[in-house]
Write a protein that binds this ligand. Structure first.
Ligand code: NDP
Ligand code: OXD
Length: 319
């Protein structure tokens, strides 16, 4: 690894789920002349021509078959799917995707979940089937306070949108962060006080050894009774066995989950049949080939010019 860019370099593209075609086509539109190919179709001498891998859940072991790799670009903000590969060439830089389209999409999803819970949308859907409207409670958005665990690209976008909607919110980060117009606290010591004043918790953390299992019974117990949980980070953030007991004892009133330890969620999983748990299949933020390809093309250009890619992951921190 390292050394010069191979002659006639190839970009290897893979996306488990939706397949590589739309990604290859969008990249070719954005970067005319680029030799982008589905990773699974590259073989023989061409393996040594691959300098950039662009992937979502590439089969483990494949990165190690590209001896001249210069960049591992994630199709996604998270890079846990890359770091989990035990054969990953450890000295090749990894870049996460920073795409404003994705931040907007994530914010829409989370705002929808919070307002659906706050405005009791499920109750009104039920009344419609029952053909009556009993007296309903008043909603008061001034009673909301949202703790945003993870105030990075996505968390900051969410914070600004909530503030514009007059919904109070505070972000939580690993290291102190000063951003105009965005309230935040940092470090484990500040978390308890934040939880104590938050009736909504949104997890927008990366999955690392420090954040695995962070959404657990002990954290729920620090919230006011009846709080609402939104997990859009990763399934590994939630201790799944702790959720239904926290709903049963009303420590939480509901949860919206977009990510799960096993994806797709197994058909016999108890979350399917629990009305207090809203579930979506890892679609909170859409990853959009045309806008993401602008980022990919820029990063290909940068690594081929010997420059640092955007979204470079700090391997020491794991995100
Ligand atoms: P960023 O890297 O921009 O931000 C991560 C944030 O988490 C930072 O504020 C960081 O703190 C904070 N953080 C990390 N570790 C800790 C810790 N131990 N304690 C406290 N705070 C911590 O990531 P993005 O905003 O781009 O994305 C966040 C995550 O969202 C992704 O990693 C992915 O898991 C998830 N995601 C889910 C999607 C879905 O569709 N469900 C789609 C896209 C992303 P600091 O500022 O100090 O570095
Ligand atoms: C991501 C995701 O990390 O889609 O971008 O989950």
């Amino acid at each position: 690894m390292g050394g010069a860019i191979p002659d006639s370099p190839i970009v290897a593209v893979h996306s488990t789920g939706d397949g590589p075609s739309a990604w290859v086509a969008a990249l070719k539109d954005e970067m005319p002349g680029v030799d982008a190919r589905p990773a699974l179709e590259i073989a023989g001498d061409d393996l040594a021509r691959v300098d950039v891998s662009i992937s979502w859940r590439l089969p483990h072991g494949m990165l190690a078959t590209f001896p001249n790799l210069k960049l591992v670009q994630s199709i996604g903000a998270g890079v846990d799917h890359i770091l989990e590969d035990p054969h990953r060439p450890t000295h090749v830089p990894i870049a996460r995707l920073i795409d404003p389209f994705m931040a907007g999409s994530m914010t829409h999803h989370i705002v929808l979940q919070i307002l659906r819970w706050h405005r009791q949308a499920d109750k009104f859907e039920r009344y419609k089937t029952e053909h009556h409207w009993p007296m309903s409670e008043a909603f008061d958005h001034r009673r909301l306070h949202v703790a945003i665990l993870g105030l990075g690209t996505l968390g900051e976008h969410l914070s600004r949108a909530l503030t514009a909607l007059e919904i109070a919110n505070t972000g939580w980060t690993r290291s102190p962060r000063r951003v105009d117009g965005v309230a935040s606290v940092s470090g484990p010591a500040a978390l308890d006080a934040l939880l104590a004043r938050s009736n909504v918790v949104v997890c927008l953390l990366p999955l690392t050894d420090k954040t695995e299992g962070v959404l657990n019974a002990a954290l729920f117990a620090k919230l006011p009774q009846g709080a609402f949980l939104v997990n859009v980070g990763r399934g590994g953030h939630l201790v799944e066995d702790d959720l239904i007991p926290a709903l049963d004892n009303q420590q939480l009133s509901a949860a919206a989950l977009d990510v799960f330890r096993a994806e797709p969620l197994p058909a016999d999983h108890p979350f399917w049949d629990d009305d207090r748990i809203y579930i979506t299949p890892h679609i909170a933020a859409e990853v959009n080939p045309p806008t993401a390809s602008i980022v990919f093309a820029e990063n290909i250009r940068r690594v081929r010019a010997g420059e640092t890619p955007t979204g470079l992951v700090d391997l020491g921190r794991g995100y």
